[in-house]
Ligand binder design. Structure first.
Ligand code: UDP
Ligand code: MN
Length: 263
């Protein structure tokens, strides 16, 4: 059995490629010893793929899986999330024994290789419904058997939110109560919005943040950013504006030099 391990992310559009680049660069900046894999759909441009090639060990082309569950997604106000079903292809990466999936809208703040000590399926609670896990960061074991089972489960039961998170939560349905060791600390999937809604908790624990997740409709790449104009000091002044600081860190990572790749 292979012992190889990898961080895995996903882009089905060139915009999400920007996010993947930041995921990869931030993992390398903090000296990960794991392989970096990005799954892309065939429509991602050649330029987008070449940029990913510079950062990732493997760029794997996968088909787009669409939940076609328009009713649920419209209700959530996020019709684009049907393609997040594509994420389920990560279980087919069977040349790895264990992987950590990271959404393209995450930013890694320190070395998080210890995540590989957790078992499938480990994830952090969703801030909106903490008895569900958030599927932006999770530990899993690639397996064609599991992949088939999840797709069958999806076909049979659909997804209660129209996206991968609904499917995965009903598939790994005992996550909330069975084994507390599969609950990742919230600092591994710190949603930028939680900074506002739970400011006292953020002030107490925020300095332990390890992975920031820009969950929601507005992503860092939707904001314009001028690397010349945005001096560090203007952000330091707004010490209360943590979300803006994370956004700044995201853009700084996007424009940073590529770290040496250990291939
Ligand atoms: N994704 C993608 N293309 C899309 C939408 C989503 O590649 O059009 C992937 C990407 O990796 C993204 C993940 O699916 O991070 C989950 O979507 P998103 O992060 O937008 O959902 P949220 O975390 O805001 O619920
Ligand atoms: Mn996300």
């Amino acid at each position: 059995m292979t012992e190889a391990q990898a961080f895995v992310t996903l882009a089905t559009t060139d915009a999400y490629c920007m996010g993947c680049i930041v995921v990869g660069k931030s993992l390398r900046r903090h000296g990960t010893s794991k392989k970096l894999v990005v799954m892309v759909s065939p429509n991602v441009s050649r330029v987008g793929r070449l940029a990913l090639d510079d950062v990732f060990d493997e760029v794997v082309v996968v088909d787009v899986l669409d939940s076609r569950d328009k009713a649920h997604l419209t209700w959530l106000g996020r019709p684009e999330l049907g393609v997040t079903f594509t994420k389920l292809h990560c279980w087919t990466l069977t040349h790895f024994s264990k992987c950590v999936f990271l959404d393209a809208d995450t930013l890694v703040l320190c070395n998080v290789d210890e995540l590989f000590e957790y078992e499938e399926l480990s994830a952090a609670p969703d801030p909106g419904w903490p008895d569900c896990f958030n599927s932006g960061v999770f530990v899993f074991r690639p397996s064609l058997n599991t992949h088939t089972q999840i797709l069958e489960h999806a076909a049979q039961h659909g997804s209660f939110d129209g996206g991968d998170q609904g499917v995965l939560n009903t598939f790994f349905s005992d996550w909330a109560v069975k084994d507390i060791r599969k609950h990742l600390p919230f600092v591994y999937n710190l949603t930028a919005s939680a900074v506002y809604t739970h400011l006292p908790a953020f002030q107490q624990y925020g300095h332990h943040a390890k992975i920031v997740h820009f969950l929601g409709g507005i992503k860092p790449w939707h904001h314009s950013y001028n690397p010349q104009a945005a001096s560090e000091s203007s952000f330091r002044d707004s010490s209360k504006n943590f979300a803006a600081q994370f956004m700044h860190l995201w853009w700084a990572e996007y424009y940073s030099q590529n770290q040496q790749q250990v291939k």
